[in-house]
Write a protein that binds this ligand. Structure first.
Ligand SMILES: CC(=O)N[C@H]1[C@@H](OP(=O)(O)O)O[C@H](CO)[C@@H](O)[C@@H]1O
Ligand SMILES: [Mg+2]
Length: 539
């Protein structure tokens, strides 16, 4: 096997760069990724063997990044993100010299007590980027060199690959997550949506901006499995051109809308029309609308989370299960302070904070029976504990209202992707909730008022000198900087600010919010200036 690995590795030589498995796997300019994807293939095989031949997923995507970028990430058997320790092994293998790859591979095999005779099984897919097919070939070279079995699912959204990974590993068991095919995904969502919407009607159409990414064709496919338009929803797809790769995520998509706080310039939506935007691999979604009096209104991940917690909380109460099941919400420091207050004080749902990155939020959410988690940027989902699933399925309804509530809850457990945030599933969830509440986006928006906020990217010579604590809400290093941030915050009404090194870019991110727009801007600028000064002083 060594000679085979070496020969294959030499076909994918490593450039003189240092790679790091970050928050979203490896992500960079696509022309630098060949050796990385090859080595990730080796890691996938090792991981599968370590887990007794369970199937591991590999997704080739760079999400909301520009078209010339690409990336690769691994999916664990139940559809969750790769286990932490293996990020380190992936990084080690990615940085091995080309000729040392067999040695490092076997060192890992030995230290992790992996039996090379155990079968290795891998499934993979990619988004619509033009660099995808060549990277897939690098991956396959690795899988063949180490004798792994593999299935190519070609173009998929990231959440679809997570779904398929879980389905593959649970097939034929009582925990079966669904039919092991792309079609199975649509069938599951379509049937669950029809059940969740029973007796309800969507109000007006929803315009879906697909960022010219893989979400476009996949949503078009999903539409074929939704109940007939007359019963409910009209979905208008825009920005779904996947053939012109240069327009992927360009002036459209969830990241554009969230960071620019405006609709895509191409949007033709009328006043109060419900709009949403997906990102390039369809694992994030943001809603928005144009209010005739207040202009552009963003309904971001915080809003989706609070809407869901309120709806599911009501259903759980109606179903007579409030005493038995613990509902909680997970946020990061980027959540708007007004949303946290609304969830804690009005909805009376506890909120816990984790560092940025979905793996942290997901993990924290599993501690609740109904764990709602969303990053403000629109990445999130809701996870149900075994106890919750059992209660929804076995509770004997005492009234027609209780019966309905239980049936809607059961439908939601099928509709909501349990593996990872999923823009298509989240969209159907939001549409279900708005239909049940007979709400337009205006009513949704009026639940609370966001504090004005600003996010700034600050370049510093070495961002690693900035260390955080308390779910990234405070700096523990360089010494004394947090005290200065605290002093700045104290000068502003409802002022809150923090700085943290990005996990995906070579920069610091500074977030600030305050009672007014100008105060939020002012606080953001002051904290940014402070961090820049300190960053330069310590370099
Ligand atoms: C402020 C912000 O949006 N940060 C993003 C961004 O992380 P950073 O560590 O901030 O670069 O990319 C992550 C991966 O996609 C995503 O989980 C996170 O929410
Ligand atoms: Mg994404």
């Amino acid at each position: 096997m060594d000679a085979k690995i070496l020969e294959a590795s030499q076909k994918h030589p490593k450039p003189d760069l240092n790679f790091q498995y970050g928050t979203a796997g490896f992500r960079m300019k696509a022309n630098l990724l060949d050796s990385v994807v090859f080595r990730v293939g080796l890691v996938a095989a090792l991981r599968s063997r370590k887990l007794g031949g369970q199937t591991i997923g590999v997704m080739i995507t760079a999400s909301h990044n520009p078209p010339e970028d690409n990336g690769v990430k691994l999916v664990d058997p139940m559809g969750e993100m790769l286990e932490q320790a293996w990020e380190v092994y992936s990084t080690e293998l990615a940085n091995a010299k080309t000729e040392d790859v067999p040695e490092i591979y076997h060192k890992l095999e030995k230290s992790l007590k992996i039996d090379p005779k155990t079968p290795a099984r891998v499934i993979y897919a990619r988004d619509t980027r033009p660099s995808g097919p060549a990277l897939v070939r690098s991956l396959v070279d690795a899988l063949e060199a180490v004798g792994a079995e593999y299935t190519d699912y070609k173009l998929l959204t990231t959440p679809q690959l997570h779904y398929l990974t879980r389905c593959t590993n649970t097939e034929g068991t009582p925990q079966s997550y669904g039919e092991v095919s792309e079609k199975g995904y649509y069938k599951k969502l379509g049937a669950a949506f029809a059940r969740a919407m029973k007796g309800k009607k969507a109000r007006g159409p929803v315009i879906v901006d697909c960022a010219n990414g893989v979400g476009g064709p996949k949503l078009a496919e999903l539409l074929k499995y939704l109940p007939p338009a007359s019963e409910g929803l009209e979905i208008k797809i825009v920005n779904d051109d996947v053939l012109k790769s240069e327009i992927l995520n360009s002036d459209c998509g969830a990241d554009y809308v969230k960071t620019k706080q405006r609709a895509p310039p191409s949007s033709k939506a009328g006043p109060n029309e419900r709009c949403c935007s997906l990102d390039g691999d369809a694992d994030r979604i943001i809603y928005y609308f144009n209010d005739p009096t207040h202009g552009f209104r963003l309904l971001d991940g915080d809003r989706i989370a609070s809407l869901s917690a309120s709806f599911i909380g009501d259903l759980v109460r109606e179903a007579g299960l409030a005493e038995d099941l613990k509902i909680g919400l997970v946020q990061t420091a980027y959540a708007n302070g007004a949303s946290t207050k609304y969830v804690e004080k009005t909805l009376k749902v506890p909120v816990v904070f984790t560092p940025t990155g979905v793996k942290w939020l997901h993990h924290a959410a599993t501690k609740f029976d109904v764990g709602v988690y969303f990053e403000a940027n629109g990445h999130g989902t809701i996870v149900f504990s075994d106890q919750a699933l059992k209660a929804f399925n076995t509770k004997d309804p005492q009234s027609p209202a209780q019966k309905n509530a239980l049936e809607t809850l059961r439908a939601l457990t099928e509709l909501i992707n349990q593996t990872v945030g999923d823009a298509l599933s989240d969209m159907l969830l939001v549409e279900t909730i708005l239909a049940h509440k007979s709400w337009t986006p205006k009513e949704w928006d009026s639940t609370y008022t966001d504090l004005p906020n600003r996010l700034v990217r600050v370049e510093v010579p070495d961002r690693s000198i900035f260390k955080t604590t308390d779910a990234e809400r405070k700096l523990s290093a360089p010494e004394g900087v947090q005290t200065q941030i605290d002093a700045l915050m104290a000068k502003f009404k409802d002022g809150r600010a923090f700085a943290r090194p990005s996990g995906t870019e070579d920069a610091l991110r500074v977030y600030a919010e305050a009672a007014t727009r100008s105060e939020a801007d002012d606080l953001a600028n002051k904290v940014s200036d402070l961090c820049k000064r300190e960053g330069e002083r310590y370099s």
